[in-house]
Write a protein that binds this ligand. Sequence first.
Ligand SMILES: Nc1ncnc2c1ncn2[C@@H]1O[C@H](COP(=O)(O)OP(=O)(O)OP(=O)(O)O)[C@@H](O)[C@H]1O
Length: 367
Amino acid sequence: MASITLDGLAHAYRPDPRGPQDYALKEINHVWRQGGAYALLGPSGCGKTTLLNIISGLVIPTKGRILFNDRDVTHLPTEARNIAQVFQFPVVYDTMSVRENLAFPLKNRHLPREAIARRVEEIAHRLDLSAVLDRKASNLTADAKQKISLGRGLVRSDVNAILFDEPLTVIDPHLKWQLRSTLKELHRALDLTMIYVTHDQTEALTFADTVVVMHDGAVVQTGTPEELFERPAHTFVGHFIGSPGMNVLPARVEGRTAHIGDVAIELVRAYPSLPAGERIELGVRPEFATLAGAGTGLPVKVRRIDDIGRARIARIEIAGHPAAAMVPDALALDGDTAGLRLDPRHVHIYAGGVLVEGETANREGGA
Ligand SMILES: Nc1ncnc2c1ncn2[C@@H]1O[C@H](COP(=O)(O)OP(=O)(O)OP(=O)(O)O)[C@@H](O)[C@H]1O
């Protein structure tokens, strides 16, 4: 097992990259800690597969190095990297039994028979495949075949890392939630470095201790699920994670006050050095914005209320800009005029999409 260091990695598919726009993967520096559960999360085309292929050795990066512990593996082929991979679609030998499929990676490494049998039983048990161990893989459903693929990835205990590339794509929705938590349990039990690529925030946030969010070829934030939720480092993270995503409103900031049109919002931090010429925005998640009666807090217009089961979400306008806020159970609205209370500790300021650290005076807290 190994920690994996990405040292100044960047990749362009074209041979003569000129500027950042020519790079499918812009410069990335990151350490995947030994034994960590990571997700690589981002929309289609953001560079996730490119990065995964660099880690697995299918792609040689244009720039930078990749280290397994202290060993530079940048130019080593996949077979010399000792990693396991699970892809979107099942990779199984149809003519073999489930047991033989699971045992295959261990037999290749000439492990003793008893050790192979024990490990196969363990992995089959954890993936709920024990009952079909002696059935031919060809007769099984797509779900079961993908579980075999997961098992083949997980069966070796000596790998440097396991890479999962959208592994639940073919899994039936009702089984997905179950397998997501099974994978999390397997990570805890097996102490392996796992990197899980997905565009699905639920999968990423359920599985990973650390989520790496990518956008347009660059890493925009690396953090725990809580950090991504509470302090999005980029407006993209605010939008992409959460449902509905963070409210992002064009703002003008003076001292400790943000102005959205003619609505003034008191901030808990001051922003004396916002970069000139950059787009300045205020970000606040709907979970930290609560609708109130007219005359309380900020004046807003209510466009509609959506009942999403676990909560009611108001679609509102602040100085003409659309936003979302939580509706308390007890609130009775009269007409389309209401008030809005923001939790000031969760109001963030962004310049050019990037979170700006404010300056705190002595009194952190309410506004
Ligand atoms: N072999 C290739 N040759 C040229 N361009 C490529 C190649 N593979 C990927 N790209 C481009 O690189 C960018 C990143 O693609 P990549 O597949 O890494 O993204 P992704 O986040 O994994 O997306 P998806 O989830 O759709 O696979 C995209 O613009 C894509 O078109």
